[in-house]
Ligand binder design. Structure first.
Ligand SMILES: Nc1ncnc2c1ncn2[C@@H]1O[C@H](COP(=O)(O)OP(=O)(O)OP(=O)(O)O)[C@@H](O)[C@H]1O
Ligand SMILES: [Mg+2]
Length: 440
């Protein structure tokens, strides 16, 4: 993408309404624009990051055997009356009346709707296990929307729902999502630790929150330092094999949110292993048994010929919150440092002297070669001061910068800079291209 043809509204000043670094950087780098409290438009760079996160989330859900569907944002109140949650949910639920005076709501989550889909089609245990997921906007009228997309009112969530014939099988479904989450967050370039968590209004007895450590996180967390270097399974993992050793390796080490904190157990750890920190919840896995299937009549016939309510679990990932969480975990004083897997472009190509024939020619050539090789390049082809160009590239945080000016070109060289480390190297044009093609 040529900067001259793109829409990249960066801000020079730090917006004063933004209290935490990710919010400031998201506004300054032009990723989002607030439209109402907790409601955002996604601008081109932000939209690309959001799409990259969704792609990775989707790949790992599919790999773990979950099946993608898409449910609507608007739901009927009647469905929620069946589970008893229409009254319980309170003011966080945005309630809407249509022209026929039917009560509707903007979905804060989809347990009821997915249970309705399931009960309409599935009759036999032979069709199980089943896990249906979607990536869809949610609305929760949060009392205090804040920190930008970190706690929005409208936000993008991946939510999956598993259906099994009994508890043992539902626990295996839970473990598949648990492992998928380890892999997903690892690929997104963040260290998310599964922690024992309170099951809250959704109910149920088995749940973990996946939490990224960050000083600005809203939750206080307590963990065994060794949880931080527990290995994440590779892509050869067999999701239908025995996953309990992997799950146990994580759950055996102490890690809990404040609500579930067990002081005695924590203090039994050697002092040097006790970590007290703050964190951002980026995902949660729940097993809640027959909480919805029972009242809503989602039953299948078992091998015994008798109908059983299905055992369910739900599994959320905060897709839009992750954009902010990744930035909280990966930035410096100059701006964002995108992990390569989610970066909106891999390379920022900086033309230091737009209008100079040799520089333009070299830049155009590099842009074409890299683009043709399938690398996403943001090409700064706009006239401007070098200092301002560098500052903008650092702010938007692309993993690599390719800096091209008449001085270097005179000796056949360009500069290549790695955003994460600030390392710069002068190399020939061919070496620069080879380096960018070779790096993952
Ligand atoms: N208001 C919000 N804005 C952005 N993301 C959110 C918001 N609420 C929840 N999420 C994300 O959706 C995921 C799944 O939703 P879940 O129902 O578990 O949220 P939650 O536990 O109510 O979140 P929180 O405790 O942060 O309010 C969460 O792990 C979080 O990453
Ligand atoms: Mg949660």
């Amino acid at each position: 993408m040529r900067l001259s043809r793109s829409f990249l509204p960066t801000l020079r000043e730090t917006p004063k309404e933004a209290e935490i670094v990710s919010h400031r950087l998201m506004l300054r780098a032009g990723l989002v624009r607030q439209q109402s409290a907790g409601i955002y438009s996604w601008l081109p760079l932000g939209q690309k990051v959001l799409a990259n996160i969704q792609r990775i989330v989707r790949e790992e859900q599919n790999r773990a055997g979950a099946i993608e569907i898409l449910m609507p944002t608007l739901q009927s109140a009647d469905l929620w009356r069946e589970s008893g949650r229409y009254e319980d949910y309170g003011k966080e639920m945005l309630r809407i009346e249509d022209r026929q005076e039917r009560e509707m709501l903007y979905g804060p989550t989809n347990e009821e709707m997915v249970t309705d889909i399931f009960r309409s089609y599935v009759r036999s245990y032979k069709e199980l296990p089943m896990n249906l997921y979607h990536i869809q906007w949610k609305f929760r009228d949060e009392l205090r929307p804040r920190f930008g997309v970190m706690r929005g009112r409208e936000f993008l969530m991946k939510d999956a729902y598993s259906f099994d014939i009994d508890e043992a099988s539902a626990r295996r479904a839970y473990n598949r999502m648990f492992v998928a989450y380890l892999r997903t967050f690892d690929r997104l370039g963040v260290k998310a630790i599964p922690m024992r968590a309170d099951s809250g209004p959704i109910g149920g007895d088995a749940t973990h929150e996946f939490i990224v450590l960050a000083a600005t996180g809203e939750s206080a967390v307590f963990l065994d330092k060794r949880a931080l270097d527990t290995p994440v399974p590779g892509d050869d993992i067999d999701f239908y094999g025995d996953l309990t050793p992997i799950v146990s390796a994580w759950t055996e080490k102490y890690a809990a949110t404040e609500e579930m904190h067990d002081k005695a157990a924590f203090e039994a750890l050697p002092e040097e292993n006790r970590v007290e920190a703050r964190g951002i919840e980026v995902g949660q896995v729940f097993y809640f048994g027959t909480k919805y299937s029972e009242p809503m009549g989602a039953k299948v016939t078992g091998p015994d010929g008798v109908d059983h309510p299905v055992h369910m679990g739900s599994y959320g990932i905060g897709v839009s919150r992750l954009v902010a969480a990744i930035i909280e975990a990966s930035h410096d004083e100059s701006g964002i440092i995108w992990p390569e897997s989610v970066a909106p472009y891999k390379v920022g190509l900086i033309n230091l002297k737009v209008g100079d024939a040799a520089t333009d020619l070299a830049c155009d050539g590099l842009y074409e070669r890299l683009t043709n090789a399938g690398i996403e390049v943001l090409y700064d082809d706009v006239e401007g001061r070098a200092g301002a160009k560098f500052a903008t590239m650092d702010l938007i945080g692309l993993p690599w910068q390719l800096i091209v000016g008449p001085k270097g070109l005179a000796s056949g060289e360009v500069e290549i800079k790695r955003r994460a480390t600030g390392e710069r190297e002068s190399v020939s044009l061919d070496t620069a291209v080879a380096k960018l093609l070779g790096s993952s």
